[in-house]
Design a protein around this ligand. Structure first.
Ligand code: SAH
Length: 295
């Protein structure tokens, strides 16, 4: 499959981990960070690019209401669907939900699961575990987890309905679902020809079959008939500077790219795609979707 193979390649070439750290998702920038120019060329150091991603995990955890939904207690069994090399999985297991939690991350990429496991051992986080498994056909029993977490994996799913249904299936009654994912604007009004062509470029570059809207995700969760208190939010404002921040990280520290000539072309293509992504979010063709609910 393409997604697993792409992430295997990205994990092997190490560039993604060098610049993005353990987290393959956007960062979170508060109003005060933005006022101080965080993420801009000259504000590159106002907020560290990798620290912004750690903040994202903490903000997403708080926003999920997982603890309030669990009578004020921390969720114990957590599933991270599409875990990358496990940055969030380990942060959930060490900080957000902490050492009493048992956090499992799944990914399609064998190389990512191996890297995630090695990092958990190196960081002494034995309660974070990783498996290669398809999110669309999970091997877990129904009603297994207190919290199901998905951060920027929905983009890759060829079947969003099945993705949401599977996550709801493995969630325990009373458990919390939280999803962060790149969405496109809601339709109607129908997409124009120009919007369609912009989206097609974004789908094709990084193995994305299609996107849906925040409202569509909420409807999918509600459509399972098993979820309550479902709502969504758009975090474009809090995340949009990440796109350029990731470019400036390379501008300030280009050596790792220069010393690997084979990846120049790919890096250049990625920079173009990062910039076109930022523009699509700026034009509200894309939205940064946050979806939460309780089973
Ligand atoms: N959530 C991670 C990584 C996001 S990158 C982080 O926050 O760092 C997207 C991840 O989704 C990759 O690990 C990819 O392997 C995974 N993914 C995509 N489609 C998947 C599927 N069908 N089943 C399981 N994982 C999938």
């Amino acid at each position: 499959n393409t997604v697993g193979a792409e992430y295997d390649a990205w994990t092997e070439e190490e560039i993604l981990e060098y610049y993005w750290g353990e987290h393959i998702h956007l960062g979170y920038y508060k109003d005060e960070d933005l006022k101080r120019g965080a993420g801009t060329l000259f504000g590159h150091r106002v907020k560290d690019f990798i620290e912004a991603k750690e903040d994202f995990v903490d903000e997403m955890y708080a926003w999920s209401k997982a603890e309030a939904n669990n009578g004020g207690a921390k969720p114990r069994k957590i599933l991270d669907v599409g875990c990358g090399i496990g940055g969030a999985t380990r942060r959930l297991a060490s900080k957000c939900a902490g050492a009493t939690a048992e956090v499992t991350g799944i990914t399609l990429s064998t190389k990512q699961a191996a890297r995630a496991t090695a990092l958990a051992a190196a960081q002494n986080i034995p309660n974070a575990k990783f498996e290669v498994m398809d999110a669309l056909a999970m091997e877990f029993d129904d009603d297994t987890f207190d919290m199901v977490w998905a951060c920027e994996s929905g983009e890759h799913m060829p079947d969003k309905k099945k993705y949401v249904e599977e996550m709801v299936r493995v969630l325990k009654p009373g458990g919390t679902l939280v999803i962060a994912t790149w969405c496109q604007r809601h339709t109607p009004p129908a997409l124009t020809k120009e919007e369609k062509s912009k989206l097609q470029f974004l789908y094709d570059e990084w193995a994305h079959p299609y996107f849906i809207s925040i409202q569509d995700y909420c409807e999918l969760a509600e459509g399972t008939g098993a979820m309550k208190n479902v709502d969504g939010d758009d975090w474009t404002k809090q995340t949009i500077v990440s796109w350029r921040h990731s470019i400036w990280a390379g501008v300030y520290d280009p050596l790792p790219v220069f010393t690997r000539p084979k990846i120049w072309y790919k890096t250049l293509r990625d920079i173009i795609c990062l910039e076109r992504m930022r523009r699509a979010f700026g034009e509200e063709l894309m939205q940064y979707g946050m979806i939460r609910g309780v089973k």
